[in-house]
Design a binder for this molecule. Structure first.
Ligand SMILES: NC(=O)c1ccc[n+]([C@@H]2O[C@H](COP(=O)([O-])OP(=O)(O)OC[C@H]3O[C@@H](n4cnc5c(N)ncnc54)[C@H](OP(=O)(O)O)[C@@H]3O)[C@@H](O)[C@H]2O)c1
Length: 294
């Protein structure tokens, strides 16, 4: 039976470290690190994520500010909100909650975020540096960075391993693949057009699943002993649950548990790491602003 990688515990450890750094920072400089969040529209999932991030900031001693605009706000106003945070000295990190409404050009908005405040790591220059050999991005995206830490927790060597990333989104799959490549894994990226997914996945010493399809990866697709990181967060009907729904991953956990060497749970696996890494990046941004080497 696979070892469970306890994302919640690892995340708690990182959050405690950030809280210590934030307290030291405040004592040294007289003000707290600050995160500015821009959110457009009233997508319930986005609202929940923003609330969770605000709560996590408060617990860590990071001050969070939110610019909330309605779903019909023109592109220029969303861009202006980002620029205002760029110019605000009390804001060290900027987060644009995605997705943005259709009239807002996400690419243009993300490119406006100051490189020094790009705590989500989505600025094309940070993504470009992540992709290039010999370059180091200032910030890397929170979810895949959290996944890398969970893989490292297992002690399984990444260098030389066959890693398969299922999904190629800008926020998870693509940066995940680039991080694994930087760590010298042999990386295969799978997506909706990939042929013989099961066959490709069976080669994986490390599998990261991020497609948003409940229980898609079956137990007999997994290489015995593999590290399985399940990013998927899918709500499925469950009449036995008080809410009538529950969250499951992209991997069939019950089946995979018998085959994998290490596996994350959903919930309480990758999710808490995403928040922990956002706090970590905001703390890093604040210390860099003050000229500290981090
Ligand atoms: N835990 C966290 O903190 C966290 C953070 C972010 C996302 N998530 C979750 O992770 C999942 C993925 O999120 P995302 O934003 O990356 O999703 P996304 O933007 O919708 O991208 C999904 C990717 O999966 C691929 N895909 C979809 N169906 C597939 C199939 N049947 N076979 C093979 N590939 C398939 C798509 O391929 P194409 O490119 O060919 O369309 C695409 O590359 C979601 O469940 C999301 O809720 C969790």
């Amino acid at each position: 039976v696979a070892h469970i990688i306890e994302g919640q515990q690892v995340a708690q450890r990182i959050r405690a470290q950030v809280a210590q750094h934030a307290a030291d920072f405040k004592e040294k400089y007289g003000f707290a690190p600050g995160l500015g969040v821009v959110m457009a529209g009233d997508n319930p999932a986005s609202q929940m994520y923003v609330r969770m991030k605000q709560r996590a900031c408060a617990e860590a001693g990071i001050e969070s500010f939110t610019t909330l605009v309605d779903a019909n706000t023109p592109h220029e106003e969303v861009e202006a909100a980002v620029k205002a945070y760029n110019d605000d000295k009390s804001i060290h990190g900027i987060l644009v909650q995605l997705p943005l409404p259709s009239q807002v050009d996400e690419e243009k908005v993300l490119a406006q975020v100051s490189l020094d405040k790009d705590v989500d790591g989505f600025h094309p220059i940070n993504i470009g540096a992540l992709a290039m050999k010999g370059r180091e991005p200032t910030f890397t995206p929170a979810t895949p960075t959290g996944c890398m830490i969970l893989i490292e927790e297992t002690g399984v060597p990444i260098s030389g391993a066959n890693a398969v990333v299922l999904g190629r989104s800008n926020i998870v799959g693509l940066p995940m693949a680039m991080m694994l490549l930087k760590a010298n894994a042999t990386v295969t990226i799978c997506h909706s057009r990939t042929r013989d997914l099961a066959g490709v996945i069976r080669q994986a010493d490390i599998l990261v699943a991020a497609i948003g399809q409940p229980k898609f990866v079956k137990g007999d697709w997994i290489k015995p002993g593999a590290v399985v990181i399940d990013v998927g967060t899918n709500s499925v009907a469950d009449p036995t649950h008080p809410r009538g729904t529950r969250l499951v991953g992209d991997v069939d956990f019950a089946e995979a548990l018998d085959v994998a060497g290490y596996i994350t749970r959903v919930p309480n696996g990758v999710g808490p790491m995403t928040i922990a890494m956002l706090l970590h990046n905001t703390m890093k941004a604040a210390r860099r602003t003050m000229g500290e080497t981090v």
